[in-house]
Write a protein that binds this ligand. Structure first.
Ligand SMILES: *[C@@H]1O[C@H](CO)[C@@H](O)[C@H](O)[C@H]1NC(C)=O
Ligand SMILES: *[C@@H]1O[C@H](CO)[C@@H](O)[C@H](O)[C@H]1NC(C)=O
Ligand SMILES: *[C@@H]1O[C@H](CO)[C@@H](O)[C@H](O)[C@H]1NC(C)=O
Ligand SMILES: *[C@@H]1O[C@H](CO)[C@@H](O)[C@H](O)[C@H]1NC(C)=O
Length: 815
């Protein structure tokens, strides 16, 4: 059963990845799915503490600083299970009472949620907490293995949210704290604030911020080797109610805004307000018509030349109808171009009460509204924003929105997934064996998985998905230590540390190469999949990222044959599992390809031979067939030799064996751990004639056993069918004909009903699973079908009536 549960978790996750190229929707599948493995992860949580949502990596101090509800920890960056120090920052009873009195939930909202953790200097951090809807900040030091709060208790209003459930972002640049949050108890006054000697903030105008959700902030040092004498900027990503569309209801759009670091506000107009606040819509169009998706998280992949830095952003749909998430990337250069050279939008009154936003096509005042003080402004005698003329300031005060949207670097999304929503993203630059650097994305999901994906010259490839939380829960924080090679994922219940790669999971050369993981290569001398960065890797190593070309691999050792005794009339199960989600299992009897039929049942866990007879004696081979770049990679995973049982027993015994065979089949599939056991079985050297493949365990006799066999067969089939369906839906096969290039057209996802044996047992037959190559093109029609279908798995399951079949048998057994 465990196996099917695992499958179920996978189906809930069901990431069907897609990219768009040449008007074609392309669907991808994570090549491998790794269910939760406690041993492969390091976990930190503390009894009674929740909401591990704020993280600051201090590689200089070798710690991960972690903010939770009423607690801050310093964890060993190499092993977060190892707590180096902790400090507890609880709300006072009076504060909690006061907060509850104002109508907030005492035990949930009226607590101190640590939301801000920024470095100040080598040993000091700036920390803020919600403090029962009364935000405060303080300094905290970490030195000599101790965390100490200074106890300065500064006002936190505007720096930290009141409401712990509100998204918020902040950033420390030098000694200035930039924050984007709500400045009042009611959460109705949004601000983007710089707390410094000259505090500067946004105007309270809906044209500036209209019920925003703040997501991310970062700093770009644009003054560095700038010919125009430009200023550094702070970029802010958020979503808000659109003002520029006529829409029947509220429409949310994603935005990027920016301000200049040296902005001091205006002299008369925009006093102590940003003179450089400009914003633009972020475009990330899904491959099918839908409302604009909403930005959820952003990661800045920094480049030495800041112009080549790239923002990676995760989007989720705003309507409940779609379950697609997307990742789009935006270059700093493209954002700059829109802000520095693009047209503005302006409002015009239509009728009496209605305003419409259209492109502003008149003359722009000089200096350009929203621009930082640069050489050109300095030439005009303006040394700071205080010197800007009223015309420029009035223009930007009333028109902070750009006409043009920011387009993604690749024209469209880098990745589109269907299923569990994507929540957070980090991106690592990885130096591969070919000397090129590849950006590898780690994307957290709503249900506790991390997907690892990379883009090879426009082709999106999802290397794997790893379950990092046993109980499905959203990943709310994701951090990357590129130098230490770890990803840290925070959630409500704890923090998990995961290595950026675990090459040893790829057991063979072809597996290692087909994984197309820039972190890993097959070391020919050591004959194992090793990390490229490790010094241990030999000079002869195989990696083929763009192609997944396994031709340099030495052919694998042939698998040894497993002998299986055949008892006529029995059902025999031969386990075999494909190497990856992208592979398909092909069975051969002698050299004839076997497909599901009344006699053979091919499913994802192996082959079930129904009602075996003497003519079934012979050699059965199971191949794992994986497509990569139109190349077929064939690997024999298991070989069985069926021969007639030497001492044939009576009918009772036959039925016994039949039953145990099936039972074992189910047991074999449990916990998803059957892959190693299968291979182990397959590697047993030499024939073992006396040893039955499956042990006898039952001693019941007669008719009851016979019925139980039938029930077991049906149960197995139903479960397998369920698994296969899950598996199909997971791959989007439900509506999309996938499969190897030659087969893609012939496959139909229709479940067939067949009559096996006699009228007492109806069995369900379905076409064998047809996995796709990682990215299979299909026309838009199918894509729309898939979406229109809503929840194809569960609506379809109702029609299959597995339970009816079992019910039928049960009825008979009662006769
Ligand atoms: C890597 O994977 C192997 C095989 O699953 C496992 O035994 C090992 O613990 C993993 N190592 C790490 C560091 O996760
Ligand atoms: C990580 O730290 C914990 C607690 O100190 C320890 O029990 C565990 O063995 C460590 N794991 C590794 C792999 O070092
Ligand atoms: C670090 O900053 C804190 C707070 O401003 C200050 O009290 C402390 O002296 C500084 N420490 C160092 C080593 O600069
Ligand atoms: C904090 O964790 C608790 C316990 O799981 C949860 O109920 C609550 O919603 C969380 N609060 C926030 C702000 O996420």
């Amino acid at each position: 059963m465990g196996y099917f549960l695992v499958q179920c978790v996978c189906c809930i996750n069901s990431p069907i990845c897609s990219t768009r190229s040449l008007g074609l929707t392309v669907y991808c599948v994570p090549r491998k799915t790794f269910p939760y493995q406690y041993e492969d992860l390091r976990l930190f949580r503390e009894e009674g503490i929740w909401n591990y949502s704020t993280m600051l990596l201090r590689e200089d101090q070798g710690v991960l600083l972690l903010g939770a509800r009423e607690a801050i920890y310093a964890l060993d960056i190499h092993n977060i299970t190892n707590k180096k120090a902790a400090v507890y920052w609880r709300v006072t009873k009076e504060k909690q009472k006061e907060c509850a009195y104002k109508g907030k939930q005492s035990e949930v909202e009226c607590r101190n949620y640590i939301q801000t953790l920024h470095p100040v200097n080598d040993t000091t951090m700036y920390v803020c907490g919600t403090n029962a809807f009364s935000p405060i900040c303080d300094y905290m030091s970490y030195s000599d293995g101790r965390l100490v709060m200074y106890g300065r208790q500064e006002e936190g209003k505007g720096k930290c949210p009141f409401d712990p459930f509100q998204r918020y972002s902040s950033l420390m640049v030098g000694s200035d704290l930039y924050s984007a949050t709500f400045i009042n108890f009611l959460g109705s006054e949004p601000v983007v604030l710089r707390s410094s000697n000259t505090a500067v903030r946004t105007e309270f105008k809906s044209s500036w911020l209209n019920e925003p959700t703040f997501v991310y902030m970062d700093h770009i040092p644009e003054s560095a080797d700038s010919a125009e004498g430009d200023d550094d900027k702070v970029y802010l990503f958020f979503s808000e109610n659109a003002m520029e569309y006529d829409f029947y209801s509220k429409l949310t759009v994603s935005r990027v805004a920016r301000v200049c670091k040296e902005d001091m506000g205006g002299q008369r107009t925009l006093q102590r307000k940003w003179t450089s606040f400009v914003k633009a819509r972020l475009d990330c169009s899904l491959p099918e018509p839908s409302l604009p998706p909403i930005v959820q998280d952003v990661f800045l992949l920094k480049h030495q030349n800041w112009r080549r830095s790239v923002f990676y952003a995760v989007f989720t749909p705003q309507s409940g109808s779609s379950r697609m998430s997307a990742v789009c990337a935006y270059s700093v250069a493209a954002i700059r171009e829109v802000f520095n050279e693009g047209k503005f939008k302006t409002s015009v009154a239509v009728e009496t009460s209605h305003v419409k936003w259209i492109m502003y096509s008149g003359e722009l005042p000089v200096p350009r509204p929203g621009a930082c003080i640069n050489n050109a402004a300095r030439k005009l005698g303006m040394r700071s924003s205080l010197d800007l003329p009223d015309k420029t300031l009035q223009f930007i005060r009333d028109r902070p929105l750009m006409d043009e949207a920011i387009r993604p670097l690749t024209g469209g999304p880098l990745l589109v997934t269907q299923g569990a929503a994507l929540t957070r993203i980090v991106v690592d630059n990885v130096l591969a064996l070919d000397g090129h650097v590849y950006p590898v994305m780690f994307i957290g999901t709503e249900n506790g998985f991390i997907q690892k994906a990379v883009n090879y010259a426009g082709e999106m490839f999802v290397i794997e998905e790893i379950q990092v939380y046993e109980d499905p829960q959203p990943i709310s924080t994701l951090r990357l230590s590129s130098t230490k090679g770890h990803v840290y994922a925070g959630s409500v219940s704890g923090v998990v540390q995961m290595p950026v790669s675990n090459c040893s999971r790829q057991g063979s050369c072809s597996d290692c190469v087909l994984a197309r993981d820039p972190y890993c290569a097959w070391d020919l001398s050591a004959a194992r999949c090793s990390a490229v960065s490790s010094n241990s890797i030999g000079s002869a190593a195989v990696q083929s990222l763009a192609e997944g070309d396994t031709s340099k691999c030495t052919p694998p050792e042939p698998v040894s044959v497993i002998e299986v005794n055949l008892v006529p009339g029995n059902n025999i199960q031969l386990p075999c599992r494909a190497d990856s989600n992208l592979a398909q299992v092909h069975w051969f009897f002698s050299d004839r390809r076997l497909r599901s039929s009344p006699q053979y049942y091919v499913y994802s866990g192996g082959l079930l031979l129904l009602n075996a007879s003497g003519s079934d004696v012979g050699r059965y081979a199971c191949d794992s067939v994986e497509w990569s770049h139109g190349e077929m990679h064939n690997k024999t995973v298991a070989v069985y030799h069926l021969k007639l049982s030497p001492g044939l027993g009576g009918a009772e015994e036959e039925e016994e064996e039949g039953k145990t065979a099936v039972d074992d089949g189910v047991a074999n599939s449990s916990g998803g751990s059957d892959i190693p056991s299968t291979t182990e079985q397959a590697r047993i050297p030499g024939p073992k004639p006396e040893e039955p493949l499956l042990p006898e365990t039952q001693t019941d006799g007669g008719r009851v056993a016979g019925l139980r066999v039938a029930v077991a067969v049906l149960a197995l089939m139903c479960l397998s069918l369920f698994a296969a369906l899950v598996w199909k839906v997971k791959r989007g096969v439900w509506c999309l004909p996938l499969g190897g290039p030659q087969e893609s057209k012939a496959k139909t996802p229709v479940v067939e009903y067949a009559h096996v044996h006699n009228h007492t047992t109806s069995a369900v037959k379905m076409p064998e699973p047809a996995p796709g190559s990682p990215c299979i093109g299909n026309n838009n029609h199918s894509a729309v079908d898939f979406k229109g279908n809503g929840h194809p798995l569960f609506t379809s399951m109702a029609d299959i009536s597995c339970l009816d079949g079992l019910g039928y048998i049960n009825d008979e057994s009662e006769i």
